[in-house]
Write a protein that binds this ligand. Structure first.
Ligand code: ZN
Length: 532
């Protein structure tokens, strides 16, 4: 067997990903994400742009001790200046980084119009900057901005920029599809041409997703010889985002063409944590995970139609391109109005509930699911509520506690500064065993206040729900036969990073939310094996 070639992964979540609309990383965020990337086995972690903002300067002010090559990003020396007289370059050279990634123009049009300098001066700036960073003992990368558009306009000059850096000793020349409009067949052709001049194991690809082909473009570059892929977690990045490492990594590890040819720094064990890493980033950004994300999305291995479900129960490979466990995801059989017995049986088996297919309780469960879905419940979205319904029908959920009364109050008034504010307050009475417990809490809205009060004191069960967090809350108004009802879906997470969704339906939004909150808490108690 041929020895595998090493393919390097370069993450730019903390630099390019930070350009995402609505994303604003603190230093703590950046350090936590860097640690996550390091644990995953990413080769290069680009931390940011030292000197450009306080967070990035702070990040590079001390040694961060990563296994990955911590990389600082910045511009080559300005035209008309020397390397010793350029404050931007000085900040970059002073950064405590293992590598420096310079960005430089490689499109002659940009050199003239944006940089307002000559082609020769731009090449000299590339050479001088690479030389200065090498003299400081740094590994050097050159990001060739607008490489593909530049190559189409003037291949000779675009190549000259790349070659200037390589000849000066840059470890990597990275070809950027900055505007994201290049198509895979063009990437393959152009990268192939570059690799005739610069060895492929010194060439990287940096693709943006403006035609939704950033991942495909990255693979096209690898096929043409490039051996470094740049991307971000969950495809974060400005406009339509960057190449998504969370999609690239499993393909590199699990698809024969790539797995047989390349080694990457991500181990099989780390791959099993990929879904968790993806969700952990969303959680940090306070975003709901994309249910339809390839490999890691909640729906990535979900099946709805009865005939598929019965085939999957016989052999999962019938409808799955890779085993979900390999990326830390799981198979999900959707239970819905259209569900056949086989769906429900498959889901019960996954939960670990043994029931005979002729058991009358199974028919009762199916009937109940259908009735409740008619009035608005959505069990295919709410796995945890389905599990509780199934366990209750089969008689295995203890009555842990009883909410005997709750009260939610919303008040609008002037605060001490004379500003108009709306405040919600909830009081909840809970019976746990022989104890009557009363809790009150304020919240930014009625549901938040109710949630806070409900989870404040559950007596002997409190320790089981300490790590419980609500991560998403969605409301829909449905028009049923008798008028409008509200459906609430709540997504929760626990200290082990497990996610689940619960549902509540009522004409009253507070009541619907209360049902979903209760299901979430009870599900967590069941899952934690809390005693009755
Ligand atoms: Zn970019």
């Amino acid at each position: 067997m041929m020895a595998k070639e090493r393919l390097y992964l370069f993450d730019t979540t903390l630099r390019d990903g930070a350009q995402t609309n609505g994303v604003d990383f603190t230093l703590a965020d950046k350090l936590a994400i860097a640690a996550m990337l390091d644990e995953l086995g990413i080769d290069y972690v680009e931390g940011g742009y030292p000197g450009a903002n306080p967070t990035d300067s702070e990040l590079f002010a001390q040694d961060r001790h990563l296994k990955a090559t911590l990389t600082a990003f910045g511009m080559t020396r300005r035209p008309g200046r020397s390397t010793s007289n350029d404050p931007g370059l000085a900040a970059l050279l002073a950064a405590k980084a293992d590598a420096i990634c310079f960005v430089a123009k490689s499109w002659d049009y940009h050199v003239r119009v944006a940089l307002e300098t000559t082609e020769e001066e731009n090449l000299a700036s590339i050479r001088d900057s690479v030389k200065a960073a090498k003299a400081k003992g740094r590994e050097v990368l050159l990001d060739c901005e607008h490489f593909f558009d530049g190559y189409k306009a003037n291949p000779r000059y675009a190549l000259a920029c790349a070659k200037a850096a390589y000849d000066e000793g840059a470890r990597w020349v990275v070809l950027c599809d900055t505007n994201g409009g290049t198509l895979p067949h063009e990437v393959e052709k152009i990268v192939g041409a570059v690799c005739k001049v610069i060895p492929g194991d010194h060439v990287g690809i940096h693709a943006h997703n403006d035609t939704e082909q950033a991942v495909a473009n990255s693979f096209a570059a690898v096929r043409a010889g490039a051996r470094q892929i740049q991307g971000t977690l969950n495809g974060l990045g400005e406009r339509c985002g960057n190449a998504n490492l969370v999609s690239l990594i499993p393909t590199l590890k699990l698809k024969k063409e790539y797995a047989d040819a390349f080694d990457i720094g991500v181990s099989d064990a780390a791959l099993k944590r990929l879904a968790h890493v993806s969700h952990a980033l969303d959680e940090r950004l306070n975003r709901a995970p994309d249910r339809h994300a390839p490999y890691v999305g909640e729906s990535a291995f979900a099946t709805k139609a009865g005939i598929h479900a019965s085939a999957i129960a016989k052999d999962p490979a019938t409808y799955e391109h890779v085993p979900p466990e390999t990326v830390g995801n799981r198979r999900k059989v959707l239970v819905s109005e259209q569900a056949g017995k086989s769906n429900v049986l498959a889901e019960l088996e996954r939960i670990g509930l043994k029931v005979d297919k002729d058991d009358p309780r199974l028919s009762r469960l199916l009937e109940t699911v259908k009735e409740r879905e008619t009035i608005g419940y959505a069990y295919e979205a709410a796995d945890a509520s389905f599990e509780l319904l199934a366990r209750r029908t089969l008689g295995t959920v203890p009555a842990y506690f009883d909410v005997t009364q709750f009260d939610v109050n919303i008040e609008q008034r002037n605060n001490a500064r004379g500003e108009r504010v709306t405040v919600a307050m909830a009081v909840v009475k809970v019976k746990v065993g022989d104890d009557d417990l009363i809790s009150a809490a304020e919240g930014n809205g009625p549901v938040n206040a109710l949630d806070q009060a409900l989870r404040k004191d559950l007596g002997k069960y409190q320790k089981y729900i300490e790590g419980l967090k609500l991560t998403d809350y969605r409301v829909r108004i449905l028009n049923s036969g008798t008028g409008a009802v509200t459906r609430v879906l709540i997504e929760s997470e626990d200290e082990q990073g497990e996610h689940w969704t619960t549902v509540g339906v009522s004409p009253n939004i507070i009541d619907a939310s209360f049902q979903a909150l209760m299901d979430s808490i009870v599900y967590k108690l069941v899952k934690s094996g809390a005693p009755a």
